[in-house]
Each structure stands twice: as structure tokens, then as C-alpha cells.
Write a protein that binds this ligand. Structure first.
Ligand code: GLN
Length: 238
């Protein structure tokens, strides 16, 4: 069996509020489920690997988004091709915004996105901060920590990751959170999100294993600690 190739996108610039925990969760769970893992990284100026089975990327301040924007445009055609080919991807906050069409900062600067998700984002006047619980169709309740000022609006081609009844999600007004297209998930949830949401983690891993041409045979894992941590986060929205 060949190793499942996990690519972290911009770990140097785009990884805040615990986002590295997503990479740890994906690689650890793959091992626990009995699969070999190869962890790859892409930072600005690097050559993308030829093949990947799953991609994970985190958030960053506006300044970090500015730093990676040129490189992101360079690798955009390959990222779009992988997305269309069914490579599962999880992108958080700052990279979620840039997987859409554009992010217009509060200062009026436009950072172009890569059009994988039909969404656009405009910098808002205040920061939206706190633990957020999202009701999703495929993964049940998903909980994570949001901290952003960008307000994201989905276009007709994107479906949301789920719905929120409290604060804030994509924009605090239409009750949506995150976006999905192909096997790509964008979300505002940091925290990190995957350690507390094993169902979401295993959905991404199942798609990765299938992409590698292998069969998904998950082991029975004891997720009681993860579920307890999620419950605590859900009970503390602020
Ligand atoms: N700079 C973006 C915002 O504040 C993203 C922040 C983040 O990734 N947490 O909207």
C-alpha cells in the first residue's frame, strides 16, 4: 500500500489559533486507522508535489494573506485541478477566504482568490470571536473557534458547510457557515477544528484514501475525549 500524501499549504504563514492541530489529527488518525502517511509542505517559492491525496490549510492575518498571495496565484491552476479531481481539502479562515473569489480588506485592498469556492469576502468593522457550533447535514454538530473580521457571502454554486443559530459564521446575518464544493470544505472554525470533530476528520480521510486508489477500512477508535472536548466548547460560546 502506498502512503497517503497529506499536503499542508503555507504552514509557515497560514496557521493560527491551533490550526496545526488539523494536520496532526489527519496524520495521527491515518496511522491509527492503519494507513501509511507521507506529510508534505508547501511554502511560498516551493515546487508543489506532483501528487497529493489530501490538502489542509489554515488561517492568517491580512498581512499573511498578502505575503502568500503571489505564490497562491502561481499554484492556483494545480489546486483547481486537484479540487475538480476530488482531492479532499480543508481550508480555514484566511485560506478559506482566498479559496473564494477575492478578499477585500477593510483598507480597500483586493487580495484575489483562486475561485475554488463560489464565495467572496469583505473586511468588516469588528472582529467576530468565539466558539461556534454549526449544524451540518453530513457531520452532525461541528464546533470550533472563530476569530475573523472578514464577512463572507456565498454565491449560488457554493453550499454552506452548515447553519448557525448564534454568532457569527460566514457573515452573522444569513445563518450560514463555511462553504463546500467537490470535496473541498472552507470554514471559519479554528481551535483546532479536527481534533474535536472526528466525524469530519474521518470523512476527509475516507475521501483521501479513495483518492489514493485504496479502500477505506476505518478502525474502531476511542473518540470519547474528543467528544467530551467538543461538548465543553459547545457549552462556552464566549
Ligand atoms: N484576516 C482574515 C480576517 O480577519 C482572516 C483571519 C483568520 O484567518 N483568523 O477576516
Amino acid at each position: 500500500m502506498s502512503a497517503i500524501k497529506v499536503l499542508q499549504l503555507y504552514p509557515r504563514d497560514m496557521s493560527i489559533y491551533g490550526d496545526r492541530g488539523n494536520t496532526l489529527t489527519l496524520t495521527k488518525r491515518l496511522g491509527w486507522h492503519g494507513y501509511e502517511v507521507e506529510l508534505l509542505s508547501h511554502n511560498p517559492g516551493d515546487q508543489l508535489p506532483e501528487q497529493v491525496d489530501i490538502l489542509v490549510g489554515g488561517g492568517g492575518q491580512d498581512s499573511a494573506q498578502e505575503r502568500i498571495q503571489d505564490d497562491l496565484q502561481k499554484v492556483a491552476p494545480q489546486l483547481r485541478a486537484w479540487a475538480s479531481d476530488g482531492v479532499p481539502m480543508l481550508v480555514i479562515c484566511g485560506l478559506y477566504q482566498l479559496f473564494g473569489h477575492e478578499f477585500r480588506t477593510v483598507g480597500g485592498e483586493v487580495i484575489p482568490g483562486i475561485d475554488v469556492l463560489d464565495a467572496h469576502t469583505v473586511g468588516g468593522p469588528k472582529r467576530l470571536i468565539g466558539n461556534l457550533t454549526v449544524e451540518t447535514d453530513d457531520f452532525g454538530k461541528v464546533v470550533g473557534y472563530e476569530n475573523h473580521s472578514g464577512l463572507t457571502t456565498l454565491g449560488s454554486q457554493a453550499r454552506p458547510l452548515g447553519r448557525v443559530s448564534g454568532e457569527w459564521g460566514n457573515n452573522g446575518t444569513d445563518g450560514t457557515e463555511g462553504a463546500r464544493a467537490h470535496n473541498v470544505i472552507g470554514t471559519y472554525l479554528h481551535g483546532s477544528v479536527l481534533p474535536k470533530n472526528p466525524r469530519l476528520a474521518d470523512w476527509l480521510l475516507a475521501r483521501a484514501v479513495e483518492h489514493a486508489g485504496q479502500t477505506w477500512h476505518p478502525a474502531e477508535l476511542d473518540d470519547s475525549l474528543a467528544i467530551a472536548a467538543a461538548k465543553v466548547a459547545m457549552s462556552r460560546p464566549r
